[in-house]
Design a protein around this ligand. Structure first.
Ligand code: AMP
Ligand code: MG
Length: 417
C-alpha cells in the first residue's frame, strides 16, 4: 500500500501545527510605497507612525463655560466681568485679574486662566457696564482644562509598523497632522478553480455541469483583504492546463490559491503539476470540513490548494489562506482570529478525532442570553449553510458537548475583513 493511493490512512496533522508550518513560510513582502491617508484603508503600515506634534497642541477647554483665575474666587465665589469671548479656533488675550473669558469646548485657554467653570453652574447677566458672570466657590485649579501634550507627547509612537490600517488608525494619523503613510506594496494573489464540471454564472448549465462558486468566494475573500486579484479563471482537469495556470500565476503573483483537484484521484492534477514546477506537501488536516490541504511553491511562489467542495474551500481559505496572506502583507503580531467563549445551544454527543469548524450562528437563546447554534448540515457542499451562519463554532478533537457548555466561536467579522 502506498500512502498516495490511500490518503484516508495517512496520519492527520492538527490544524495548529499545519498553520504554524504554513506561517513559517509566509515571508512579508519588502516593497513599500507612500499613500495618501484617504487611500490607506486596509493597507499595512510599513514603518511606525510617530507623532510630530503634541496632542493637544495647547491647553484647551474641555467644556463650554468661563475661563477664570482661581485666585480671584473667594469663599463665596466671585462676580467677574466677562472681558472676552473665545470660540474654538480663536486665540484669546491674556486674562486680566478680576475678569473671566467666555470660552467654548476646544478653544485655547487664555494665558493667566487656570480653570474653566462649566456654564451650568454660572449665572450670566448683562448691564450698562457690560457682561458679568457669577461664578461659584470651590473651583479647583486645572478644572476642565485639557493640558497640552496630555494625550501625546511629540515623538510618541502612535501606530506600530505591521498594523493593518482601519478607519480609527487613519483618524489618529490625521489627528497628528500626517497626510500620507508608508505602507507595504499590495499583495498580488493569483486564483484558479480546477474542474471540468465548472461553468461560470450567466452561462446555461450543460449535463453534468455545476456553477463555479469558488472562483467568486476566493476572489472576494482575497479582495476583501486588500490584495490585487489575478483571476486565472477555471482550469480543466488536465496536467497540461494545470501546469500552464501555475506557471502564469507564479510569474505574476505573490501567492497562488487554487480550489479543487488536490485529492489524489485520477482527475486530480494539482499535486503532480505543482511537483513538476516546484515542491508540494499534501496534508491531511484533522479538521472538518476541509481535510486535504496542499501547500508548496511553484518557481518560488507559494501555493495553497484547497479541496473543491465549496464549504471546505471557504473554511480552508479563512483558516489557512487568510493568515498566510496577512503575514505576507506584512501584518505583525498575533494574526489568529479571536474566538469568543459562548454557550452551546445544541448538543454534540459523538466525539470526532477531527476538529469541527461548524457553521454556526450566535444569537439570543430562549432566555435572551447569547448562545450558539450549529447548522444541521455538515455537508461540505451546502454553501447556503455558510450564509445562514455568522461564524464558526470550534469543537475540539474528541469533545462532546451539552447545551450550556462553553465553546469557542469565531465570528465571521473576524475572518472576512
Ligand atoms: P474536487 O476537490 O475537485 O474533488 O471537488 C470536490 C467537489 O467540489 C466536487 O463535487 C466538485 O464538483 C466541487 N467543486 C470543485 N470545484 C468547485 C468550484 N470551483 N465551485 C463549486 N464546486 C466545486
Ligand atoms: Mg475536481
Amino acid at each position: 500500500m502506498t500512502t498516495d493511493c490511500c490518503p484516508a490512512h495517512r496520519p492527520l496533522t492538527d490544524l495548529d501545527s499545519a498553520l504554524e508550518l504554513l506561517l513559517a513560510q509566509a515571508v512579508p513582502v519588502t516593497g513599500t510605497e507612500p499613500v495618501p491617508l484617504i487611500a490607506a484603508l486596509g493597507r499595512v503600515l510599513a514603518e511606525p507612525l510617530v507623532s510630530p506634534i503634541a496632542v493637544p497642541p495647547w491647553d484647551n477647554s474641555a467644556m463650554d463655560g468661563y475661563a477664570v483665575r482661581t485666585a480671584d474666587l473667594g469663599a463665596e465665589g466671585a462676580r467677574l466681568r466677562v472681558a472676552q469671548r473665545i470660540p474654538a479656533g480663536r486665540q484669546g488675550q491674556a486674562l486680566e485679574p478680576g475678569t473671566a473669558a467666555r470660552i467654548f469646548t476646544g478653544a485655547p485657554v487664555p494665558a493667566g486662566a487656570d480653570a474653566v467653570v462649566i456654564q451650568e453652574v454660572c449665572a450670566a447677566c448683562s448691564d450698562a457696564d457690560g457682561d458679568w458672570v457669577q461664578v461659584p466657590a470651590g473651583i479647583g485649579r486645572g478644572a476642565n482644562i485639557r493640558r497640552a501634550g496630555e494625550d501625546l507627547a511629540p515623538g510618541t509612537e502612535v501606530i506600530p509598523a505591521g498594523t493593518r490600517l482601519q478607519p480609527q488608525h487613519l483618524g489618529l494619523a490625521a489627528s497628528v497632522g500626517v497626510a500620507q503613510l508608508r505602507v507595504y506594496r499590495r499583495l498580488r494573489v493569483a486564483i484558479f478553480a480546477s474542474g471540468d464540471e465548472l461553468v461560470d454564472p450567466g452561462q446555461p448549465l450543460g449535463p453534468g455541469q455545476i456553477y463555479n462558486s469558488n472562483r467568486y468566494t476566493m476572489g472576494a475573500l482575497v479582495a476583501a483583504l486588500g490584495c490585487e486579484v489575478l483571476d486565472l479563471g477555471t482550469v480543466p482537469d488536465t496536467l497540461e492546463a494545470t501546469v500552464a495556470a501555475l506557471r502564469e500565476g507564479a510569474a505574476a503573483s505573490d501567492l497562488i490559491l487554487a480550489s479543487g483537484g488536490v485529492s489524489v484521484g485520477e482527475e486530480d492534477h494539482v499535486k503532480p503539476a505543482v511537483e513538476r514546477l516546484g515542491t508540494l506537501a499534501l496534508w491531511q488536516i484533522a479538521m472538518r470540513p476541509g481535510k486535504p490541504l496542499a501547500f508548496g511553491q511553484v518557481a518560488g511562489t507559494p501555493f495553497i490548494g484547497s479541496p473543491g467542495n465549496p464549504v471546505s474551500l471557504f473554511v480552508t481559505a479563512c483558516m489557512f489562506a487568510r493568515p498566510f496572506i496577512l503575514r505576507r502583507q506584512g501584518v505583525a503580531g498575533d494574526i489568529r482570529p479571536q474566538a469568543l467563549m459562548v454557550k452551546a445551544g445544541f448538543d454534540w454527543p459523538r466525539p470526532d478525532k477531527r476538529r469541527e469548524l461548524a457553521r454556526a450562528r450566535l444569537g439570543p437563546g430562549p432566555d435572551g442570553e447569547p448562545e450558539v447554534q450549529v447548522h444541521p448540515s455538515r455537508s461540505a457542499g451546502v454553501l447556503s449553510s455558510v450564509t445562514w451562519a455568522n461564524g464558526l463554532a470550534v469543537i475540539a478533537e474528541g469533545r462532546v458537548l451539552q447545551p450550556g457548555d462553553l465553546l469557542p466561536f469565531i465570528p465571521f467579522n473576524e475572518l472576512l475583513r
